[in-house]
Design a protein around this ligand. Structure first.
Ligand code: TYM
Length: 335
């Protein structure tokens, strides 16, 4: 394995429209990692994960096309990375079963996302919601991924994937690369614009709390204007100014400027100047993505073609890996 390039892998759920948080916390970094040309890249739309909460089938199909188009519009290039739909690559659920036999009930019970989601969907605490992190571990381990670019909220799941890999390797040495979370310095946890103590999330009932990647410029400007800030009008980051600090994180992630540079830029200027500047930076960041994805969505046959080619490349890796693991476990080789 020594001469192999390191592998970057990540996934995103098609369970609704994606937010600025998804973009800054993950997708933007996938594109940067791909363009750095230092890694082999594999990125997927995780539709199998999405059905752990009830989805309308027509909506799910449409959202999957949209998300796939947005990933391409954001800069993921099917010639430079393997871009695919999770359910097209059957090795993922196959390995997930194997790994579930190496994951402890207690470990899964401690997952904060499981606890949150079972509160929010108390009428449907299904086994898939519980074993969700095992399927995620399979997504990761099946490619021997080294780095997993995700936002802060996925750190615990990546840690679990590490623990599963280590446990499996103890029993069957050298089976999997032990992955590491790759969490950006800026944008790892974008907070709600209405309540900066909570993560920006598309499932929030207040539409002013999140910015969608597909929001038109007017909507972005309006939501930014309404974003909660703090009583004193200084543009400075501190724990007692969570609203303005969050906007600074957004501005920093969107422009690449440091906090010191931002504080200097808005010294003595107040929110009346700062908020429109953040809105502008976000509008310009998302504009090409929005325009390009609308363009791509006009040709679904082309998108399906890209999906099929991606899945084919992915299966070449995963089929071999599953065979190797089955053999270690003592299964008779399938022909
Ligand atoms: P998902 O679909 O909820 O979110 C996709 C990515 O967006 C990040 N993210 C955020 N980052 C910063 N600020 C926010 N407010 C914010 N909200 C979301 C998430 O951290 C994530 O990186 N379980 C995963 C999907 C998955 C996966 C994988 C990821 C399935 N298999 C394998 C990595 C590797 C999830 O539900 O992400």
């Amino acid at each position: 394995m020594e001469n192999k390039r390191k592998v970057s892998l990540s996934g995103i759920q098609p369970s609704g429209k994606i937010t600025l948080g998804n973009y800054l916390g993950s997708i933007k970094n996938w594109v940067d990692i791909q363009d750095s040309d230092e890694y082999d890249n594999r990125y997927c739309v995780v539709d199998l994960h999405a059905i752990t909460v009830r989805q309308d089938p027509d909506d799910l199909r449409e959202q999957t096309y949209q998300l796939f188009a947005q990933l391409m519009a954001a800069g993921l290039d099917p010639d430079k990375c393997i871009l695919f739909i999770q359910s097209h690559v059957q090795g993922h659920p196959e390995l997930s079963w194997i790994l579930s036999c190496f994951t402890m009930f207690g470990e899964l019970s401690r997952m904060t996302q499981f606890k949150d989601k079972s509160q929010r969907h108390a009428d449907n605490i299904n086994a898939g919601l519980f074993t969700y992190p095992v399927l995620m571990a399979a997504d990761i381990l099946i490619y021997d991924a080294d780095i997993i670019p995700v936002g802060e909220d996925q750190r615990q799941h990546v840690e679990l994937a590490r623990d599963i890999a280590i446990r499996f390797n103890n029993r069957f040495p050298g089976s999997f690369v032990v992955p590491e979370a790759y969490i950006p310095k800026e944008g790892a946890k974008i907070m709600s614009l209405q309540d900066p103590s909570r993560k920006m999330s598309k499932s929030d009932t207040n539409e002013n709390s999140f910015i969608l990647v597909m929001d038109p410029p007017e909507a972005i400007v309006k939501k930014m204007k309404r974003a909660v800030t703090d009583s004193d009008a200084r543009v400075a980051a501190s724990p007692d100014k969570p609203g303005v600090t969050n906007l600074m994180h957004i501005y920093a992630a969107a422009t690449g400027k440091s906090f010191a540079e931002i504080e200097a830029e808005f010294e003595g200027k107040g929110y009346g100047v700062f908020k429109p500047a953040v809105a502008d930076a976000v509008v310009e960041l998302l504009r090409p993505l929005r325009e390009k994805s609308l363009e791509l969505l006009k040709d679904k046959a082309y998108l399906e073609d890209v999906m099929a080619k991606g899945a084919e490349k992915a299966r070449a890796i995963t089929d071999a890996k599953v065979r190797q693991i089955y053999d270690k476990l003592g299964f008779i080789a399938r022909r």
